[in-house]
Design a protein around this ligand. Structure first.
Ligand SMILES: [Zn+2]
Length: 219
């Protein structure tokens, strides 16, 4: 079997993504690139996250051509491989439907940085892409363009996507995105949220970039 260890890790984090309610049912998708071969391990289309194992993970090349796998790769494979080709600084892509981040993409409002954890990996407001039907090359280009050098992008009227240097950091970034959106939404109902100072956000993000080797967002 090609890349058995990385496939096992993708299956494990796909289960965590589901168990932590970043996705429901068969929604969302997750990929990780093997830095040596450049091959990408990606969740299959219609994945059953409760049962998913390494054998269910599909291996594709950098253009999304299937190299090994018993299922069809995620319908969003063209987007994953486009982002991975453009962003050599990261190796993982996770698409979630986490509800608070998604809600901000329904009202098309970004949310400011109110938590240190989010400021570290996100570094500022998360860009929101306009709604388009997903799964097409045009959609992939739109999302990759809107992501730019950021760690996350919200898909209008759909969900969110985060990228990272490895699976644990990508998973924690997806969590930080959802936590930030959720806490800001709750705080707004309680009173007037006090934002982290811009200088502090920049300092935290610089710390993250220097420690993990991920590109800094464009300010
Ligand atoms: Zn989706």
């Amino acid at each position: 079997m090609l890349l058995p260890v990385l496939r096992e890790e993708v299956a494990r984090y796909a289960k965590k993504m589901y168990a932590n309610q970043l996705v429901q049912a068969t929604q969302g998708n997750l990929s990780a690139r093997d830095p040596e071969s450049g091959f990408v391990c990606i969740t299959p289309s219609g994945a059953d996250y409760e049962l998913i194992t390494a054998e269910d993970i599909v291996v594709v090349d950098e253009h999304g051509n299937v190299l090994e796998g018993k299922w069809k790769p995620s319908v969003e494979t063209p987007l994953h491989t486009l982002v991975l080709r453009r962003r050599q600084d990261i190796h993982c892509v996770m698409h979630t439907h986490s509800p608070y981040a998604t809600a901000f993409g329904v009202v098309y409002q970004s949310f400011p940085m109110v938590l240190a954890e989010s400021a570290l990996c996100l570094g500022g407001d998360v860009p929101i892409a306009p709604y388009r039907m997903s799964g097409t090359p045009e959609f992939a280009a739109l999302i990759a363009d809107t992501l730019g050098n950021n760690s996350a992008v919200i898909w209008g009227n759909h969900g969110a996507m985060v990228v990272g240097v490895n699976l644990p950091l990508t998973f924690s970034t997806a969590h930080a995105l959802e936590d930030s959106a959720k806490v800001y939404a709750i705080a707004k109902q309680l009173g007037t949220p006090v934002l982290l100072p811009q200088g502090e956000v920049a300092k935290l993000h610089t710390f993250w970039v220097n420690n993990y080797g991920q590109k800094a967002r464009e300010q």
